[in-house]
Structure formats: C-alpha cells, structure tokens
Design a protein. Structure first.
Length: 162
C-alpha cells in the first residue's frame, strides 16, 4: 500500500509492516524520514545491486541504496540513508555521512568525507583527503581539489562556490 501524510508510520504499524527502504530523492526529506523510522523503531532495509562491488572491511549501516556497477572501497563507511548511484566509485577509507547522495559516475578518491545530506552530481571528481560539508552541493562534472564548507554550492574545474 501507498501512504501519504504525517500518519504513515502508525498506518504501517497497523498493517504489520516494520521494514522501510529509504528512497526519497530529496536528501533532507530522507533524513527526516530516517529520524522518524528510528523513532518508530522500523527496521531499515539496505538494497545493494548484485553488480555493485563492496570491498573488504566496508561498514554499511541499514537503510542504504547502492546501485548497479557502484564500487565501495576498502574500509569505507556508509551511513544510513545514503544513496550511491550507478557506477559511482567510493575509494578506500571514505566516509559517507547520513543521507548524502552520489549521482552516477561520481568518483570520491581515498580518505574523502562527504557530509550529511550533501549531494554530489553526475560525474563529479573529488580528490584524495577532501571534505565536502553537510548540505553542500557539488555540480555535475566538477573537480573538487579543496575542502568544501557546509551549505555551499560549488561547480567547475576546479570547483568554486557559485
């Protein structure tokens, strides 16, 4: 069944559903739904496409979506509510905070941190050891060569605030 409105958690409970897959495309909305799911003690479902490659010692919290051909590197951390789209590459020791989103063909080199609800658009490249702040947006095709503060929009080569 499909439910809309603020009473969806209690309606799911009424019919005996206790599992939720977070697929809301808006990162902030997904974070709000994630908090509601935790409050109502729903079990979060993780969906990983069979062609995705998950390397050794990766930590993936419940409530993650990893699409076809994505690669998640050694000892990376993927927090609840993260969406990793088709053929995105998350290299070793990278941290993806709750409800961030990587669009198709994004490459996050090693030791990158992508903040809560940040959105990295298609084909963006993030150099090693860089931090993308919470709620920031990186434009399609951007090349991130320096840290990005929270709540910024950046684009270009190299990425600059817009």
């Amino acid at each position: 069944p499909f439910f809309s409105g603020s009473h969806w958690p209690s309606k799911l409970r009424e019919i005996g559903i206790d599992k939720v897959l977070l697929l809301t495309p808006d990162n902030r909305s997904r974070l709000k739904i994630l908090k509601t799911c935790k409050e109502f003690q729903f079990n979060l479902v993780t969906a990983i496409h069979p062609t995705a490659q998950i390397m050794d010692q990766v930590s993936i919290e419940p409530g993650v979506w990893i699409n076809a051909g994505a690669i998640v590197g050694y000892k990376s951390e993927v927090k609840a509510g993260v969406l990793i789209n088709t053929k995105a590459i998350v290299e070793h020791h990278t941290i993806l905070e709750s409800c961030c989103q990587l669009d198709p063909a994004v490459v996050a080199a090693g030791n990158v941190t992508i903040g809560e609800c940040a959105h990295i658009h298609m084909g963006a490249l993030i150099a090693n050891r860089k931090k993308i702040g919470a709620h920031s947006i990186v434009g399609a095709g951007a090349v991130v060569l320096s840290n990005i503060s929270p709540n910024l929009k950046v684009a270009g080569i190299p990425a600059k605030q817009i």
